[in-house]
Design a protein around this ligand. Sequence first.
Ligand code: CDP
Length: 584
Amino acid sequence: MFNSEMPPTMMPVKVNDNAKTVLSKRYYRKDGNGEPIEDATSMFWRVASAIAAEEAKYDKSPFKVEKLAREFFDLMTEFKFLPNSPTLMNAGTDLGQLAACFVLPVGDSMEEIFDGVKHAALIHKSGGGTGFSFSRLRHKDARVGSTGGVASGPLSFLRIFNTATEQVKQGGTRRGANMGILRVDHPDIIEFIRAKERDGDLNNFNLSVALTEKFMQAVEKNEEYDLVAPHSGETKARLKAREVFNMLVQKAWESGDPGIIFLDRINRDNPTPALGEIESTNPCGEQPLLPYEACNLGSINLALVYKDGEDHGIDWKELKRIVHLSVRFLDNVIDASRYPLDRIGEMVRTNRKIGLGVMGWADLLFQLGIPYDSQEALSLAERVMKFVNDESKAASKKLAKERGEFPAYKESTYGQRNLGPYRNATTTTIAPTGTLSIIGACSSGVEPLFALSFARHVMDGEKLVESNPYFKQALIDSGSYSDKLMDEVAQKGSINKIEHLPDDLKRVYVTAMEIEPEWHLKMQAAFQRHTDNAVSKTVNLPNSASKEDIYNIYWMAYEQGCKGVTVYRDGSKSTQVLCTGEGS
Ligand code: CDP
């Protein structure tokens, strides 16, 4: 029997002050008085040993549990890979819910709606986020058969979900996050597009409009399209597609909400259409899922695979090792996780979706001296993500040989094309890594840096101040470093207006607002081409950006094969998660 006690020889894990603050507030287990009863070393051992213990179930495993626990521990404590927050918080605990992403159905009856509210509360309590499509709900003022009355429509129910969320703290530490989706051909679409007009409304929801191929073609041809009652199939009205599209652009310009997703494209990539249609994503948009499906994510820190002298400056051998070990880890997480509903557990074990992604991308580019907004960066993005994706598939195939394929394999699009067998219906997703990147001390996801030196607003109004370590080193190397300069950078966020700095430094150390919107989008598209699920990315725009800029970005996202797009114009919301000295 595997002894999960931490071996006494374990070296204490070092984390920086920001990571320490986040970990002790949210991740460490606490005693009855709310005092942490673990530190980084014991936390990572708890996670590594609980996830490795699943290995014992499989006769053909090439690993002894003890050895694998040590490998997982090293992988995480070297910050080369981190699983999503619920895994770090809950692995090896009584709660044991390890997935970040869930999608729940909202059916067109009181029972189904309030079941949804209850199930969402259970998921939030366990640390997961939920996505819902409200497209099946009959529109406002439609007849309700049982009472002869009229329906209140998707928006009024969405508000109930929002209020319920307000009262339930996620994992006991944060409020729940939700995604609300409505199809563009739902009769209440205009009300939905305007739902977050007032600052603070529906603040526990991200909203996205699900655009269909038919709608996009109508926009292109400047035609009308039908609004269809979901419960009767009746056409209720016709709208000019371009007017609706322009309204979406207008709202995104005003506040960033709602975003858009390309629903038909998401379903074209649905690996298991026989099990149903995908109608929603998780809260941050990177994980489309079937109703009752959940997915656990994990991210590789690309900042740490830089190796001078190697092909393209990347240690490919090490990256391959990390991918294979991470896929094993994430597949074990599925077995180790306890799901809030039996139905979810069954669904997850049928498809066994995992979402391995990357973070630290901007940090890798800094080390390579490649500007984010360059063709070279786009080519490298494709190369790196193709490698991660291909190796994740190879790892999933290997696991299928050891453990069997995912139960829906035969009816899946892989099975139909004889591509597998695979252990997992999807293997790759690029998450925002909002907290993981703090723990891993790297740039988040595939985003450029928001500022070279900045204050992060985290829970309870606290501020964490950070300077990018590669930037600091580059200043030292070029002989430009001084405390005064660092203060100036912290104030301005970027260096392009600091005159005496060398141009090559200014070219490489670019920040989100200085990067032209189309480069943000091109980067998203480059990663999307080699990602099964979707890519979390915000196209950041300066305050001066026009509606035409947003129109162009939306259209480009459509043309370049993205699954959705989120834009944010600086200063268009009263609270921002990230801000420079000047902005706060
Ligand atoms: O870095 P971390 O693992 O905490 O999460 P992330 O990569 O920023 O977000 C990944 C997913 O976790 C989101 O898309 C949500 O599904 C979920 N999440 C959530 O439910 N609540 C939050 N406050 C943050 C993330």
